[in-house]
Design a protein around this ligand. Structure first.
Ligand SMILES: NC(=O)c1ccc[n+]([C@@H]2O[C@H](COP(=O)([O-])OP(=O)(O)OC[C@H]3O[C@@H](n4cnc5c(N)ncnc54)[C@H](OP(=O)(O)O)[C@@H]3O)[C@@H](O)[C@H]2O)c1
Length: 337
């Protein structure tokens, strides 16, 4: 297979670095790699497969000869530069929320709606990290017995807010242990030794944008306007790995054993559920892995057609980089690049 000229926009960021790692591990067919970021990181050095790569400043003309552009530099950067990348001949996979709900932009999780890739016009959106891990866990059950409603509470790590947020948690934790204080910058309140039930901006309906992404993106990915998602998103002082407590109301009854069997043979998930051995998914164990981990699987105490479970995944990998690279692999398979 011919190697591709791949551009990583936001290469110096938390997701950008994970992109490089995931492509290396998967031996993604890269013939040439172009690393792009803002002026701040231009000239800095990153490594791809042991070779030095100098980061360049992102400009309109950065995409000449680029086959595939992986964007993870925020919505405004995508809004400004994604179209010029497309115009210069690249296929863009965008990690920001800029285009996710555009009708002509597929929103893809390869374990859930891989066929949506055939409809792309050189621009594909990667869903929100919390949505990705949730829909990967829901899909096999959705196919088996149908799902009417999802009630989800998230416990999201600080790396979900980027490199600076990770530094803030480290510095704030140290400052508090040292008896001093450290003002919040990337979060509305101190995150060290705290939980903040507020991610992204509040909307008129009382939900946050992060929560509404889970509602709207799930409908689009499942192509099901009737699936009801009731979310609460919270930030917790964890470095990497988002956790989610999920309650589903199914269309037909389902027993725990049956659900485990279904998940055991589903792509992209691993069941870790052994209460006697204190085994259940943990963010420190999900970090660095690509699977969505599922555990604490219980029948609801009151409803015949309902389950409770706990889902954890690495937000930088399956929640962002791995999913984007898997989408690129789908495109290659369909020979569209
Ligand atoms: N973190 C996650 O778990 C996650 C999951 C899914 C999606 N995403 C999305 O991925 C994107 C990046 O997130 P992140 O967590 O990697 O953030 P991050 O660690 O803050 O990194 C941001 C990256 O974007 C670059 N950048 C910022 N402004 C730029 C500009 N004007 N021109 C060019 N490059 C610019 C930064 O370059 P400099 O080094 O030069 O500043 C850096 O490489 C966001 O859209 C986020 O919503 C993140």
């Amino acid at each position: 297979m011919k190697g591709l000229h791949v551009a990583v926009v936001g290469a110096s960021g938390a997701v950008g670095r994970a992109m490089l790692k995931v492509m290396e591990e998967k031996d993604f067919p890269v013939a040439k790699i172009t690393l792009l970021a803002s002026k701040r990181s231009a000239g800095s050095v990153l490594y791809y497969k042991g070779e030095k790569q100098v980061v360049s400043e992102l400009k309109e003309e950065s995409f000449q000869g680029v086959d595939l552009a992986l964007f993870s530099a925020g919505s405004s950067v995508s809004q400004t530069f994604a179209q010029s990348a497309v115009d210069q001949g690249a296929v863009v996979i965008d990690n920001s929320s800029a285009f996710r709900m555009n009708q002509d932009v597929p929103l893809i999780v390869p374990e859930v709606n891989p066929d949506a890739v055939t409809d792309h016009h050189r621009l594909i959106a990667n869903p929100n990290c919390s949505t990705i891990q949730m829909v990967v866990a829901l899909k096999p059950i959705y196919d088996a017995v149908g799902i009417e409603q999802v009630v989800v509470s998230t416990y999201q790590s600080v790396s979900g807010a980027g490199n600076k947020a990770v530094e803030e948690l480290k510095e704030q934790t140290q400052a508090l242990l040292d008896g001093s204080s450290n003002e919040p910058v990337n979060f509305p309140h101190p995150i060290a030794f705290n939980i903040i039930p507020h991610i992204d901006a509040f909307l008129e309906n009382g939900y946050t944008k992060e929560e509404m992404k889970m509602v709207d993106e799930t409908k689009k990915i499942f192509a099901d306007q009737d699936i009801r998602v009731s979310p609460t998103a919270a930030r917790v002082p964890v470095m990497i790995g988002h956790s989610e407590s999920i309650y589903i109301k199914t269309k037909a009854p389902i027993e725990v054993k049956e659900a485990v069997k279904i998940w055991d043979s589903a792509p992209g998930v691993a069941v870790i559920d052994d209460a006697k051995q204190n085994q259940y998914p943990l963010p420190i164990e999900a970090a660095g892995r690509d699977e969505v981990l599922i555990g604490r699987i219980r029948k609801d105490l009151h409803e015949e057609k309902a389950l409770n479970f706990w889902v954890v995944a690495d937000n930088l990998r399956k929640g962002a980089a791995t999913n984007a690279v898997q989408i690129a692999e789908l495109i290659i398979k369909k020979e569209r690049v």
